[in-house]
Design a protein around this ligand. Sequence first.
Ligand SMILES: NC(=O)c1ccc[n+]([C@@H]2O[C@H](COP(=O)([O-])OP(=O)(O)OC[C@H]3O[C@@H](n4cnc5c(N)ncnc54)[C@H](O)[C@@H]3O)[C@@H](O)[C@H]2O)c1
Length: 250
Amino acid sequence: MSRVADKVVLVTGAGSGIGRATAKLLAAEGATVIASDIDSAGVSQTVAGIAKARAETHDTAKEADWKRIIEGILAREGRLDGLVNNAGISGPFPATFETETVEQWQKILSINVQGVFLGCKHAVPAMRQSGGGSIVNTSSLAALLGTPDLSAYGASKGAVRQFTKTVAIDCARKGYKVRCNSVHPGVIMTPMGESILPDERKRERVRKAIPIGEFGAPEDIAYGILYLISDESRFVTGAELVIDGGMNAI
Ligand SMILES: NC(=O)c1ccc[n+]([C@@H]2O[C@H](COP(=O)([O-])OP(=O)(O)OC[C@H]3O[C@@H](n4cnc5c(N)ncnc54)[C@H](O)[C@@H]3O)[C@@H](O)[C@H]2O)c1
């Protein structure tokens, strides 16, 4: 139970779903966790009862929030070893490229892409100061396949996949000792997953398309993130870890 002992890790979007499961698993494996979310009540609930975790209210699309939170971590915890850039939205469903509005497109990209960019930009100097670190960006299976009903979302996750490799290579070549990888969840039963599969018939059709035959749980993704944050993955950077019950292999 100490795969990430002594590491200080910031997890965004930790008030629900995958972020909450990740924050809890990292804490159970010995990390000091700063769980952040735009939803203050949700993130307070995540850290309740965890001694080595605290909550922050954080809009990842806002640069001022990133500065405040990273400065706060350096002041309070004294170091930053890991960042899980997990906060994200899927937007209205369905939204094809013909029905998507500019406002909705910009909103999705400001959180899903700009939020990840700002996280990397502000976490890397703090990690360098701490002797190195590991960043995990939550992308999606949607980065690898066409997503006709989630057009802006798919584009945003494709950008996260590519940007992850850019940060990974730049940091590696500069000798920063900061690794950067993406995780690509398939269909995971969280409030977001449920919102795009509202009716039972469609849910059953999608479930049957998953080779393993069932939807993923938030913990299935959290275990992948734990590996990438831990030193077990010390030689892994610029990689994409697909956790999808086999959907991408068909
Ligand atoms: N659930 C799935 O099937 C699935 C599949 C692939 C990828 N993902 C990705 O996994 C990540 C987590 O999704 P989830 O399924 O747990 O969804 P979720 O809706 O349960 O959780 C997302 C969290 O992000 C927070 N958030 C939204 N906007 C924010 C902002 N501007 N700043 C900070 N926090 C914000 C929400 O308040 C929420 O707590 C997302 O990036 C999502 O795109 C999910």
